[in-house]
Design a protein around this ligand. Structure first.
Ligand SMILES: Nc1ncnc2c1ncn2[C@@H]1O[C@H](COP(=O)(O)OP(=O)(O)OP(=O)(O)O)[C@@H](O)[C@H]1O
Length: 216
């Protein structure tokens, strides 16, 4: 798998948030977006996930067979600030929905619901309504969404915000396992995620754009 973003720029409302963002990633690599509040990390992730249209630039993906006839949103998971789970449905109902909706990409297979619950340290409570759970438990199950459906690229916006130290470690382990299996991870964060050999893209906001500021 090869992912190449070239000369991306994005606008929110009337404002140009960033421009000239380029990077390339191959299977197993992680890119961490850093930068102060409002510098455009979430905006870039939403562009990559296909939720916002870029102003300029291209995003191309190539699988191991050299095929390029698919788009990044079709082969990626997006975990935003919000968990995208229904409070009234049980955890299992939420995860079954996401598994059916997202399907599997790239010839992979997702985990069963109980395997995924176990992987996020919360087995045995998938029968509970999602809304009954604590904020940390909800975030863990939002992460389980990435496990029940196989998609090779994970796009994560502050995945560990408001989590305890054990959840930080658990998520880092799951991300590293995904990379070891050939996955790609792009994550925005304000705190170290504990990933090995992650590359950093420092977002400086439009006013800070100058040669080399993106670190490439
Ligand atoms: N829906 C919107 N309409 C207009 N402007 C927006 C919108 N969403 C975000 N912005 C602006 O885009 C800029 C970048 O926001 P973004 O959320 O990408 O930053 P960020 O680096 O992820 O910030 P944080 O670290 O606070 O999460 C900010 O100036 C913000 O005010």
């Amino acid at each position: 798998m090869h992912l190449h973003a070239s000369d991306l720029a994005a606008r929110r409302g009337e404002e140009l948030i960033f421009e000239g963002v380029s990077f390339a990633l191959v299977s197993g690599e992680a890119l961490v977006l850093t930068g102060k509040n409002g510098s455009g990390k979430s905006t870039l992730l939403r562009v990559l996930a296909g939720l916002l249209r870029q102003e300029t630039g291209t995003i191309t993906v190539m699988d191991a067979n050299g095929a390029t006839d698919f788009r990044l949103p079709e082969i990626s998971h997006y975990l935003g600030h919000r968990n995208a789970m229904k409070s009234e449905l049980t955890v299992e109902e939420n995860l079954v929905f996401w598994r059916r909706y997202l399907g599997n990409a790239d010839g992979g297979t997702g985990m069963s619901i109980e395997e995924a619950a176990d992987a996020v340290g919360l087995s045995g409570i998938t029968h509970l309504p999602f809304g009954y759970l604590s904020a940390g438990q909800q975030r863990r199950f939002a992460f389980a969404k990435l496990l029940v459906s196989h998609r090779p690229v994970w796009i994560l916006d502050e995945p560990t915000a408001a989590l305890d130290a054990s959840a930080d470690q658990l998520f880092a382990g799951l991300i590293e396992a995904h990379r070891a299996a050939g996955g790609i991870v792009i994550a925005a964060t304000h705190q170290p995620l504990g990933l090995s050999d992650a590359r950093e893209l420092r977002m400086a906001g439009f006013s800070g754009v100058s040669a080399g500021v993106w670190g490439w």
